[in-house]
Ligand binder design. Structure first.
Ligand code: SF4
Length: 468
């Protein structure tokens, strides 16, 4: 099975500190992937690569970066998953082919990668990884086009699905985004250097100037003669992943001139308008529920408090304890503040509800801390369908909203009331009333048809849900 998860990409060309800046860029994309990090750097003659398992800050020591000389670099962080940590799938990939070396970093998921891989293997290709990204390189290698750009475009014209891609080859840096623009990719400037990143949060850190988004279907090439751009792929309606606003991106990132933080505040405001509650206090499920809870509080006039504290020291290396104390899982991450919730009617705002297991434990914790009533408000519509375009949602049978009514879910979670924002309300909050967004995980309306090789990205988002 070919699997790829949500990831972050960063690239720079024309800077003598290319590897160091890529390290910093990846650091600010760490929320997009904690399984592995990688940097490939070119000094114009040779490409060198360092890939490490784990967090960027822990994995890359000073000497690793010193072994990456050169003025062009691409970097990648990959999402954390259970049981499939494999250094062979860590990106960027650096491969030798008939036209020299090529490095590639990919965020997204190709829905026809399985079919293409089968055909390529029948034609003699030998794959080194189980990643869909490698398919693109094999297609480039088989292309008869005379230039790297031609080979890349020929490869991209055969793949379907989501990709925001950085390719380093030929002394140039190529950036490409699929025709629907599912996943983000932005272009910036740092003195004479050009930079690309999944999110503008990287630019804030390295003090690069944001220029613009790479447009859906666009291929940008940066080389000695500067920047060139083309749109060689058939035009499609824009379908930017709305989940980036809801949950995935960092709040200080901006998409389409809207800061994610403000989109989440607006989600909370809209939720309060649609689902008002008579309560004493609004509390967020930290961290990603915070802006929406602020919005809910502002709109409703109910005071905002931090009634749940999140520990930031429960990392991916945490060893599951023995069964006898395993139930402490969520408690290790989230802890109720009795002084805030005791004797109160509490509105709890979360960004989304996937399986319901964590929410159930949160409600139990809040009641044990003395909460009189617990009203759960979700700043996303019910998640009923899996994602095939690069976000690791569970399969349909594991999504509680795909086979239960809101009343049944509320009973399972044991909250007093449960409400979700409407789909229209979501679109209003992200300025998407006129389209431009994919929201298939809430509607089942998939913009790109799936083929035999497509698989949902499993297991699910793990930050809170799985260790519960
Ligand atoms: S299905 Fe959902 S998570 Fe996947 S791209 Fe569409 S909106 Fe984003």
């Amino acid at each position: 099975m070919i699997k790829e998860r949500v990831c972050g990409v960063f690239g720079i060309i024309g800077h003598e500190e290319a590897a160091n800046l890529t390290y910093l860029g990846l650091h600010s994309l760490q929320h997009r992937g904690q399984e592995s990090g990688g940097i490939a750097c070119s000094d114009g003659t040779v490409m060198r690569r360092q890939i490490k398992m784990g967090l960027v800050s822990e994995a890359f020591k000073r000497n690793a970066l010193q072994e990456l000389p050169g003025r062009t670099a691409v970097g990648h962080v990959r999402y954390s998953t259970a049981g499939s940590s494999d250094i062979r799938n860590a990106q960027p990939f650096v491969l030798d082919y008939a036209h020299g070396q090529v490095a590639i970093a990919h965020n997204g998921n190709l829905v026809n990668a399985g079919d293409l891989k089968k055909k390529l293997e029948q034609a003699g290709s030998i794959f080194q990884t189980s990643s869909d990204t490698e398919v693109i390189v094999h297609l480039m290698a088989r292309s008869g086009q005379p230039t790297t750009l031609g080979r890349l475009v020929e490869a991209l014209s055969q793949v379907r699905g989501a990709y925001s891609l950085l390719v380093m080859a030929d002394g140039k840096l190529f950036a490409a985004r699929d025709p629907h623009g599912f996943r983000p990719l932005v272009l910036g400037r740092l003195k004479d250097a050009f930079v690309f990143s999944s999110e503008t949060s990287s630019f804030n850190l390295i003090e690069a100037e944001f220029i613009r988004e790479v447009e859906p279907g666009e291929v940008v090439v940066i080389g000695d003669s500067g920047l060139t751009s083309s749109k060689p792929l058939p035009k499609k309606p824009k379908k930017f992943c709305v989940f980036e606003h809801v949950y995935f991106a960092r709040p200080d990132t901006t998409f389409d001139e809207q800061t994610v933080y403000h989109a989440r505040i607006e989600l909370g405001r809209q939720l309060a308008r649609e689902m008002p509650t008579n309560a004493d206090v609004v509390i967020p499920v930290p961290d990603s529920g915070v802006p929406s809870a602020v919005g809910y509080s502002k709109e409703s006039g109910i005071p905002f408090e931090l009634g749940l504290i999140r520990s930031h020291y429960v990392g991916r290396t945490f060893i599951e304890p023995q069964d006898s104390i395993r139930h402490f899982g969520v408690k290790l991450k989230l802890s109720p503040v009795g002084a805030v919730v005791n004797g109160k009617s509490v509105v709890v705002v979360d960004d989304s509800l996937v399986r319901g297991t964590t929410s159930r434990k949160i409600v139990k914790m809040l009641r044990a801390a003395g909460a009189k009533e617990v009203h759960l408000r979700i700043a996303a519509p019910p998640t009923t369908h899996p994602c095939f375009y690069g976000i690791d949602t569970p399969t349909r049978s594991e999504l509680i909203a795909s086979n239960h009514t809101v009343e049944e879910i509320a009973r399972y979670i044991t909250c007093d009331t449960l409400s979700y924002i409407s789909h229209d309300g979501l679109m209003k909050a992200v300025n998407g009333q006129d389209g431009g967004f994919c929201s298939a995980c809430f509607t089942g309306d998939y913009p790109v048809e799936l083929s035999g090789g497509a698989n949902p990205i499993i297991p699910l988002r793990k930050r809170i849900e799985t260790d519960g």
